[in-house]
Design a protein around this ligand. Structure first.
Ligand SMILES: *[C@@H]1O[C@H](CO)[C@@H](O)[C@H](O)[C@H]1NC(C)=O
Ligand SMILES: *[C@@H]1O[C@H](CO)[C@@H](O)[C@H](O)[C@H]1NC(C)=O
Length: 888
């Protein structure tokens, strides 16, 4: 039997703060070049490939890294990937020496328990670190045996959003060592045609990259490839470290000849809308600026600079005002004023003179802005066809005046009552971002973080640019009634120049011939309706001809968008509605295999769906420091188990022909030895000695007993193995070897292989066809009642003879039973039935036992028919026939 190759697997998803990249090994040798190039601390990462396929803004990215352990002992290999916060992981697989461990998306709760267990056992767990700007970090570490190869493959997907006239895709590149085959490859397919495409790396100028970087586009297709040779990766001609360290950014946009584009594949549609060339709608902007004491210093300085630049961008027919809040509220003007050159001049002087100090009165600052806008509208002081926006900037939590977040939200919601959007900018990390986000979302706006950094002023100005040019207001997207289902958000207060409205849904009738969509909105001078009509059949045909398309991209895009919007809505929902939204988002996350805040990625071992090994979580903005990982120890079960005994000795006989199991207990006094297996042909015997709890209960009905000692013998080999909860002793004839449960060791000799996995389990194989596994159950040393105990599993018995007997051995032969007359018992969860077996009619009860092969502390549930009275009628003879005087 193969020894355990990886003793632990840890999957973490960090909000990435630290720049990092791809596999790394913990140490870097200094000036040591005896090993082949690209080998660092014994680990050679020989290939890293990032493969991106973008179809209609929907990006599907696969990061694959291959490494080999060239060291003479097992080593930990880590795989770090930073991915956009807006992306959902959809798959992760780990392949070690050709065996693939696939990832599955599960509801978070399911995985959490295991995480807690791992933590309680003192295993290291990952933390969600403070958020980076756009990326979060995914880390996996795995222990790789000497000479073994490991492949990591991570897949994530996201819908690229258009900002300021382009789509941007960030890839963090940081291999940390030279990689023989390093490659980034992006294929973009856009049915509207690509109008521009660029790619650049922050760590080096494109000139120097030379032949390593190629980019091209033509018609609907674009392609970027970055393939630096080993020489090109060196930070200097004689260096052995990599210069690849930073962002690789791909930007592109599509042709805008038509304001809208509709795509339909397999009954799902997506509708992109971004009209060009419209005049901007005049806007009334009120900046609500926090000038409390905590803004003092660089923050207020940067705010002043940003506001000055913004004033440079304001258009003459816009109206504006500034409201400053600290403990009190002050305003620049009593009401909004037009952005005439004279007024802008005056505004600059006002901004330069902003000073900070005092507390944080968010409530009064916002309410003043809102009432000012409402009043201006009522009194017709602003243009009829204008639109209003409130932009609030704060760096802390409300702490004076009304400071209860819920109450502030309520006041603001009532005051705005849906008339215009509120944008909240959170400066730095020392604030309740959830509150800002929730308040913005419920007022048709959004929240942004402004990161405390030297470019904070540019971040602020950049945000303003995004909302500076509303081309349409009150945008409604309509489809023929009764033609569509499951529509994503289809009304927007604003369409901003440089952005895009995306609506997706499902067609009620897949055989629809023509599809019509209307987009209505108020422009600067008139109301507009854009109608888009498409021939469904023709379009599907055209789209399906494209080899670039991965089949169901529209359906996945729809699912992505729907989940994103459900999660946003959920932020402001309560009670039943929240549960409903959660249930819907969870359903879709599971169905489409997305790691969202409600799900976790669980890496499962082959052939077992219940055995969860590791988990990746997606952190929300909300959590500052929270564990996001689960971890479980190994043990690779080989084949289907057939027979085992574990716990209070519970014997489980799986009858694979029936896909069912039978179970029974043997209740005997501590010290009793039971014969489990005896085969006169192969000479194999296995016996087990019963142990009790620390304080023996006199009542045999309630007392707990376990196996404390096992004896495995092969008479033909003159071999004996005694396994206790402390140690394993081998006798080869008279020669004795002793091992502790603290060892990880494999013992092989002709016809025998014994592998002890430290503190976990031990596998014994007698050539091909006979394998037993012993599981060590360790309890807390000072546990008042329980001792450590053992479980015994027969995982392969096909070479044992038909003469095999014993409590387990007698079931190795083909064997049948019938269950009839199933009816409810006194415990409604445990039905009672009649079992016909070995010419007996037995009353049996449905129950369940646990299979602990994969994890001694959790176990996998196995349902079985329980035979009462020490297996009476099921086992040959009576149970006392199996009692023998000693272990060997
Ligand atoms: C995950 O990736 C593996 C390896 O590429 C693949 O075999 C498997 O089908 C993928 N699973 C899903 C759900 O896409
Ligand atoms: C929950 O969702 C279902 C549709 O999935 C809807 O019919 C029902 O009204 C919702 N309940 C609440 C309280 O929102």
């Amino acid at each position: 039997m193969a020894p355990a190759l990886w003793s632990c697997l840890i999957l973490v998803l960090f909000s990435g703060l630290v720049a990092s990249g791809f596999p790394r090994s913990p140490f870097r040798p200094v000036g040591k070049r005896s090993l082949p190039e690209g080998v660092v601390d014994g680990i050679e990462v020989y290939s890293t490939k990032i493969s991106c396929t973008v179809t209609s803004r929907f990006a599907h990215n696969v990061v694959t890294t291959r490494a080999v352990n060239r060291a003479e002992k097992a080593k930990e290999v880590s795989f770090d990937v930073e991915l956009p916060k807006t992306a959902f992981i959809t798959n992760f697989t780990l392949t070690i020496d050709g065996v693939t461990y696939p990832g599955n998306v599960k509801e978070k709760e399911v995985a959490k328990k295991q995480y807690e267990k791992a933590v309680s056992q003192g295993k290291t767990a990952g933390l969600v670190k403070a958020s980076g700007r756009k990326l979060e970090k995914f880390t996996v570490s795995v222990n790789v045996a000497a000479g073994s190869k490991v492949t990591f493959e991570l897949t994530y997907e996201e819908l690229l959003k258009r900002h300021k006239g382009k789509y941007e895709m960030y890839l963090k590149v940081q291999p940390k060592q030279l990689v023989k085959h390093f490659e980034i490859e992006a294929d973009i397919f856009e049915p509207q045609g690509i109008s521009m495409l660029d790619a650049e790396a922050s760590f080096i100028t494109n000139d120097l990259l030379g032949s390593a970087l190629t980019k091209s586009f033509s018609g609907k297709k674009g392609r970027v490839s970055f393939k630096p040779s080993l020489e090109q990766q060196r930070s200097c001609p004689t260096c052995t470290d990599s210069l690849l360290n930073g962002d690789f950014t791909i930007t592109y946009d599509v042709n805008r000849e038509s304001p809208a584009n509709v795509q339909i594949v397999n009954g799902y549609f997506v509708h992109f809308f971004a009209p060009q060339g419209l005049p901007a709608v005049p806007k009334n902007v009120v900046f609500v600026i926090d000038i409390s004491g905590s803004m003092t210093g660089r923050k207020i300085q940067q705010t002043r600079e940003a506001l000055l630049r913004i004033l440079g961008d304001v258009k003459e027919n816009d109206y504006l005002n500034f409201i400053l809040f600290s403990s009190d509220v002050t305003t620049w003007k009593d009401s909004l004023v037009q952005a005439t050159p004279e007024n802008l001049q005056e505004a600059r002087a006002f901004v330069r003179n902003i000073h900070s100090g005092g507390m944080t009165n968010i409530n009064d600052g916002l309410l003043r802005a809102i009432s000012m806008l409402n009043k201006a509208r009522e009194e017709h002081k602003i243009p009829e066809r204008s639109t209003s926006i409130v932009i609030m900037l704060t760096d802390g939590d409300a702490n004076v005046g009304e400071s209860r977040p819920e109450k502030i939200q309520e006041n603001v919601r009532n005051a705005i009552s849906g008339k215009f959007p509120l944008y909240n900018l959170g400066f730095g990390n020392n604030l309740n971002y959830n509150f800002l986000e929730s308040m913005a979302l419920e007022n048709h706006g959004l929240a942004r973080r402004i990161y405390e950094d030297s470019d904070a002023d540019l971040q602020l100005q950049g945000f303003y640019e995004e909302v500076a040019n509303p081309l349409l207001t009150n945008v409604e997207v309509d489809y023929p009634e009764n033609a569509i289902l499951d529509l994503t958000q289809n009304s927007y207060q604003h369409f901003y120049d440089g952005s895009e409205i995306v609506v997706a849904g499902r067609l009620l009738d897949e055989d629809l011939n023509s599809f019509k969509a209307d987009v209505k909105g108020h422009g600067a001078t008139n109301d507009l309706t854009f109608t888009e009509e498409v021939d469904v059949k023709e379009m599907e045909k055209a789209l399906k001809e494209q080899e670039y398309i991965f089949g169901n991209y529209i359906e996945r895009l729809w699912a992505y968008l729907t989940i994103e919007q459900l999660l946003d809505k959920r932020k402001n929902a309560y009670g039943e509605e929240k549960e409903n939204l959660t249930a819907q988002a969870l359903d879709l996350s599971l169905k489409y295999h997305f790691v969202t805040p409600l799900t976790s990625m669980v890496v499962t071992k082959p052939e077992d769906s219940e055995d969860q090994t590791a988990i990746a979580d997606k952190p929300g903005e909300a959590r500052s420091v929270a564990p996001s990982l689960a971890y479980l120890t190994n043990y690779q079960p080989p084949q289907t188990p057939y027979y085992y005994v574990d716990g209070d000795p519970h014997f489980i006989i799986q009858v694979s022909e029936k896909d069912d199991a039978i179970c029974f207990n043997i209740d005997e006094d501590p010290g009793t030895v039971l014969r489990l297996i005896q085969d006169p042909v192969t000479g194999l015997t296995v016996n087990g000695q019963i142990t009790g709890d620390k304080i023996a209960s006199p009542d045999s009905q309630t007392r707990k007993t376990y196996f404390g000692k096992l004896g495995i013998a092969n008479a033909l080999m003159d071999l004996r193995i005694e396994v206790t909860t402390e140690k394993i002793t081998l006798w080869n004839g008279a020669v004795q070897s002793t091992f502790s449960w603290l060892d990880t060791v494999t013992i092989t000799q002709d016809g025998l292989s014994v592998t002890i996995n430290r503190k976990k389990n031990m596998a014994v194989s007698f050539g091909d066809g006979v394998t037993f596994v012993v599981i060590l159950h360790q309890v807390w040393k000072k546990h008042p009642d329980h001792h450590d105990f053992l479980g015994f599993y027969v995982v392969d018995s096909h070479r044992m003879s038909v003469q095999t007997h014993g409590l387990l051995g007698q079931f190795f032969h083909p064997f049948d039973f019938k269950v009839s007359d199933v009816h409810p018992g006194p415990d409604p969860t445990k039905p009672i039935a009649t079992m016909a077996v070995k010419n007996h009619q037995l009353t049996v009860t449905r129950g369940s036992q646990k299979d602990y092969r994969k994890d001694a502390s959790i176990g996998t549930k196995v349902v079985c028919w329980f035979v009462h009275n020490n297996g009476e009628g099921l086992i040959d003879g009576v149970h006392t026939d199996y009692i023998i005087p000693s272990l060997f």
